[in-house]
Design a protein around this ligand. Structure first.
Ligand code: ADP
Length: 597
């Protein structure tokens, strides 16, 4: 079985290469002809740059003194070092044996080793497979990261450590080893880490936490080792570990108990972080959106002791991000990025980048010479509600139901507080499930939800169902998403926001993820409290439902005429819609209900 293992890794082995002398090799490096070098214990293999014919050579370094790494680095040569590969693999085999899963797994491994055309998967397992961006090739700087001013300020210091390390070492200061970027997905954590490397002009070794861990025990740990070895050879440099939580979860609460693959990987990471000195110029930047589940050992001083929050952008941040991403896009004069920034609260950098691209695609598809404001509007709806599906055929009765439903939402929504304006009603199906939709655009960023606004949202959500009841006398399944959202909101009001008079300001849910929505768990509560929570949730929903019915009853004429207009035009927006919405009358009891429930 073993003879298979020492087969070569990497791209070089399979191609023919010619012998060269060591001095010729050094000469070629110095004259910038060499693209990539693979250093093995017994020989050096190298490839010339395409402009020099991409020829492959090997040479024997024995008897030569000194380390050529710095020479190679100074000439921007890509370096692959394979001195420990067979040792690693032997280590894996040993672990596999001891773990008792060898028989099946090893046969599988050999199968792939054979199939790989000489590049054994067994050989690659212990290597880190990190994506390496060499010095000068990163091209990302802080100018590409918009809006994250505080994070940038903190990271500016890291840039200084990397580029002027001597200044800190001289005075006896210890450079931090690890920085943890914390924030929601898509807020630009990877981008920031890359920009730090770009600003400091150092190599960037990037790997995702999930890439360390495989089914085989021990692979993750050896990948961590390999990554750090690779980094030490290239110092000063940055190691970037995305999704740190994939390996850094708190230990000790799993069934296997203390010895599974992830724990070994984590232990290795901790050991490596202890074993190197930040002053050598290797800085580890990791990103996570689940800081609360990280093992405390990871965040103690000397490891990831600095945490930098990368927050969702506010309106001015969104504007800056839009400016960055529209740099290379031809915009029509009517495009107002400020308005777009105002209409996209909650969007993170990745969403905005996607939005700009969607708008540009839309403009190109419609053969526009530049991207129009209308393209952006359409793109926002597309991102929020999905693609238009004009081809989806509804029966006349279904269309009518959808139209009453959407007009119901908008008439109720028009009376509610909260600074969101109903800006469009449409019965053109969109996305996976929406047969029609009502778009409410916020006029400004909001960070708090007041009690009356929460009630207003409940009533608006239930306005669709209430319209079906008022006019058609029977309900459809179309309101299921609204009901889901309304119930969630009503429950959060009671169990998380402490907005119940009888239960008081007690949190009955534990919010377990700061940056991911929808993950919370119930505290242990008594049966009576559970009953009371259910009663309160039901009461909140019932009252909001009653109010929606009352509003539509009072505005029955308007509901009918607006629905007819919508059935004719399919879409109502702009001044026409605002004129209709300004006619909605409020029941006398509305204010009292909004204030007191
Ligand atoms: P994360 O690592 O936080 O999930 P990324 O860094 O991968 O997010 O961001 C994905 C993309 O979103 C980036 O490549 C970039 O195009 C865009 N982006 C995110 N944040 C910003 C920002 N602050 N400025 C400019 N672009 C951003």
């Amino acid at each position: 079985m073993f003879p298979l293992l020492p087969l070569g890794i990497g791209s070089m082995k399979t191609q023919t290469s010619s012998q060269s002398t060591y001095s010729k090799f050094i000469e070629q490096v110095k004259s910038e002809e060499v693209q990539q070098v693979t250093i093995k214990p017994d020989r050096i293999e190298y490839i010339l740059k395409p402009e020099f014919g991409s020829q492959r050579y090997y040479t024997d370094p024995s008897g030569q003194k000194g380390d050529i790494t710095s020479l190679l680095q100074s000439h921007n040569v890509e370096i692959i070092t394979l001195n420990d590969s067979s040792a690693n693999t032997a280590g894996i085999i040993g672990l596999l044996l001891s773990s008792g899963i060898l028989v099946g797994a090893f046969a599988w491994l050999l199968k792939f080793s054979n199939a790989g055309g000489g590049v054994g998967i067994g050989m690659k397992m212990g290597k880190s497979n990190a994506r390496v961006y060499n010095r000068g090739k990163i091209g990302t700087t802080f100018l590409d990261v918009a809006g994250a001013d505080e994070a940038k300020r903190e990271l500016q210091e890291v840039v200084d450590f990397l580029s002027n390390g001597e200044k800190y070492r001289k005075i006896g200061a210890k450079i931090p080893k690890g920085i943890l970027l914390v924030g929601s997905p898509g807020t630009g954590k990877t981008l920031l880490a890359k920009a730090v490397a770009g600003e400091a002009g150092v190599p960037f070794l990037s790997m995702s936490g999930s890439e360390f861990v495989e089914v085989f025990v021990g692979v993750g740990a050896s990948r961590v080792r390999d990554l750090f070895n690779q980094a030490k050879r290239q110092a000063p440099c940055i190691i970037f570990i995305d999704e740190l939580d994939a390996i850094g979860k708190t230990r000790g609460n799993n069934v296997v108990g203390g010895n599974d693959e992830r724990e070994q990987t984590l232990n290795q990471l901790l050991t490596e972080m202890d074993g190197f000195d930040g002053n050598n110029g290797v800085i580890v930047i990791a990103a996570t959106n689940r800081p609360e589940i990280l093992d405390p050992a990871l965040i103690r001083p000397g490891r990831f002791d600095r945490q930098v929050l990368v927050d969702r952008p506010d309106k001015s941040g969104r504007l800056e991000i839009l400016l960055v991403h529209t740099r290379s896009v031809i915009l029509s004069e009517d495009v107002n990025l400020e308005v777009i920034a105002a209409q996209t609260p909650g969007f993170v950098g990745a969403d905005l980048a996607n939005l700009v691209n969607e708008a540009a695609l839309m403009a190109a598809r419609n053969n526009h010479q530049a991207v129009l404001m209308a393209d952006f509007k359409e793109a926002i709806e597309r991102v929020i509600a999905g693609l238009e599906k004009r081809s989806r055929i509804l029966t006349p009765q279904e269309r009518q139901t959808v139209a009453y439903h959407e007009v119901g939402h908008s008439l109720v929504g028009a009376l509610m507080p909260g600074g969101s304006k109903v800006s469009k009603i449409s019965i053109v199906p969109r996305g996976v499930g929406a047969l029609g939709y009502t778009l409410q655009m916020p006029e400004e960023d909001r960070f708090l939800l007041l009690e009356d606004e929460l009630r207003g949202q409940l009533a608006t959500l239930l306005g669709g169902r209430a319209a079906e009841e008022t006019i058609l006398g029977k309900v459809s399944s179309g309101a299921s998403d609204d009901i889901q959202k309304a119930t969630d909101l009503a429950e959060r009001a009671v169990t998380q926001y402490g907005m119940s008079n009888t239960l008081g300001p007690i949190a009955f849910e534990k919010n377990s993820a700061q940056f991911l929505q929808g993950s919370s768990s119930r505290r242990s509560i008594s049966a009576e409290v559970a009953v009371e929570i259910d009663r309160q949730v039901k009461q909140n929903i019932d009252l909001a439902h009653d109010m929606a019915l009352k509003i539509l009853e009072l505005n029955r004429g308007l509901l009918e005429s607006t629905t007819q207009a919508l059935l004719e035009k399919e879409v109502l927006e702009g001044d026409e819609l605002q004129r209709i919405l300004s006619q909605v009358q409020a029941p006398i009891s509305l204010n009292n209900w909004l204030m007191k429930g």
